[in-house]
Write a protein that binds this ligand. Structure first.
Ligand code: PMP
Length: 465
């Protein structure tokens, strides 16, 4: 066993070990048993290499997360230095460490308004899970013990713990085998402009969505609803860009009813839209809580953080219950926090927010050209967060039957040509590292166009179109 683990293994051996012993996140059992996994062994900038030495441009950015790019000596050095100096220290109750204290202060400096309080977690799910529980802690401390319910949206993804899977609700995720929590959780419609009722303008659609929220509050009672959670742009639910003013108006409804606004910025924070945080700078909303992860360390090591307001802190600290009974062994992990600090330093010193705004416009316009293709119903996104949606019919926006499997086929052809894009329902999704260049974007657009054309021809031949 030890000898096998330490030897340099060929692609086939790694592939077979993985197939025989791993349960991957969100595994689709059938295809996994048939085909196994792509074995990745190296990353540099926007590129990945598999175990057979093939190179891929990773337009997915790992999982929306490799923001400053892979293989950086400065990140590796910061992590190694911290691991040597202090790899771990208990962070519970009244012990802290140098990188955790500095990173909390740095995040507070970057976060909007009075979001000056930081609670570290191990990733996005644990940040959202804690944020949802913080909502009831806050309202109970304020003397409103029933104000614990959470309003979320369809097509949202907030993580994979029991609570966050119950709060999120993407099409097709829900299976009977997992017994989700439903009491005290409500789901409003997804603000998907592309899929809005055909007789409505974007403004009317927005009015409708806001009215749905107000009707829910009137029906269930503001005294039972403590928080509203929203990804500024729904990410894995389909790159859903809300109608103009939607988020601001939903926030105003929240303020009117003392409902805390949680912005789930696990994907959008730390640069993806060219800002540290998208809520205020992109959408004009001052959230009460922001959840973040991914771009916080650019995926070098796991780390999440929820960032909350002084107002929440004051209420919680002065409430009857003096303990915030939540925290993880690896909260405030020194190595993860050192990675977070170096990552932020790199984004600042290399001007990656400005770069993202510029190259993001190019990405949007270059990928936007794909909307001329007959299979493409919509190309949408902001800056370095984008998807291409395939349809059977561009007029009716009807989707292809599931057996057509077009987005996976498009991704597979791209992979053969050295480009990774993510298939997601009828979409192909991209969120490349912020360091991507215009010529790399050109390559991605050219490959994706060829793949879409080839799949379109196949679909015609097979009678799907
Ligand atoms: N929230 C959002 C918006 C996400 O996209 C994700 C992960 N894709 C999560 C939460 C969960 O984060 P993690 O996988 O790090 O637990």
């Amino acid at each position: 066993m030890t000898a096998v683990a330490q030897a340099i293994l060929p692609n086939e051996a790694l592939w077979e070990m993985d197939r025989a012993h791993s349960l991957h996140p969100w595994t689709n059992f059938g295809p996994f048993e048939d085909k196994g996994s792509l074995v990745i062994t190296k990353g540099q900038g926007c590129y990945l290499w598999d175990a057979s030495g093939r190179r891929y441009l990773d337009a997915v950015g790992g999982m929306w997360c490799t923001n400053v790019g892979l293989g950086r000596k400065d990140m590796a050095q910061a992590i190694a230095d911290q691991a040597e100096r202090l790899a771990y220290a208990n962070y519970f109750v009244d012990v802290t460490n140098d990188p955790a204290a500095r990173l909390a202060a740095k995040i507070a400096e970057l976060a909007p308004g009075d979001l000056n309080r930081v609670h570290f977690t191990t990733g996005g799910s644990t940040a959202v899970d804690t944020a949802v529980r913080m909502v009831s802690f806050y309202h109970r401390a304020k003397g409103n013990p029933t104000k614990t319910g959470i309003v979320a949206r369809e097509a949202s993804y907030h993580g994979s713990t029991y609570l966050t899977q119950s709060v999120g609700k993407r099409n097709g995720d829900r299976i009977d085998e997992f017994d989700y929590k439903s009491e005290g959780i409500w789901h409003l419609a997804s603000p998907n402009c592309y899929r809005r009722p055909s007789h409505m303008t974007e403004e009317q659609f927005c009015d409708d969505l806001v009215a749905e929220f107000e009707a829910l509050i009137a029906r269930e009672g503001a005294d039972r609803i403590g928080g509203f959670i929203a990804e500024p742009i729904q990410a894995s639910g389909g790159i859903v860009i809300p109608p103009k003013d939607y988020l601001r108006r939903m926030w105003q409804v929240c303020q009117k009813h003392d409902i805390l606004f949680i912005a789930d910025e696990v994907v959008t924070a730390f640069g993806r839209l060219g800002h540290w945080f998208a809520s205020l700078d992109e959408f004009g909303v001052q959230p009460d809580i922001i959840t973040s992860a991914k771009g916080l360390t650019s995926g070098y090591v796991p780390l999440g953080a929820l960032i909350f307001s002084d107002r929440i802190w004051d209420v919680m600290a002065k409430g009857g219950h003096r303990w915030f009974t939540s925290g993880l062994t690896y909260s405030g992990h020194p190595v993860a926090c050192a990675a977070g600090l170096k990552n932020i330093e790199i984004i600042e010193s290399e001007g990656l927010l400005e770069h993202t705004r510029k190259v993001g416009d190019y990405f949007q316009s270059r990928m936007g050209e794909l909307s001329a293709l007959p299979l493409v119903g919509d190309v949408r996104g902001r800056k370095l967060m984008l998807c291409v949606e395939s349809v059977a019919n561009r007029e009716t926006k009807a989707v292809l039957p599931d057996e057509a499997n077009e987005s996976k086929r498009i991704s597979d052809i791209c992979e053969d040509m050295g480009l990774l894009v993510r298939p997601l329902g009828h979409l192909n999704v991209m969120s490349p590292p912020l360091v991507i260049t215009e010529s790399e974007i050109d390559f991605a657009a050219e490959v994706l166009e060829k793949a879409i054309r080839r799949v379109t021809d196949d679909l015609v031949r097979e009678g799907y179109r």
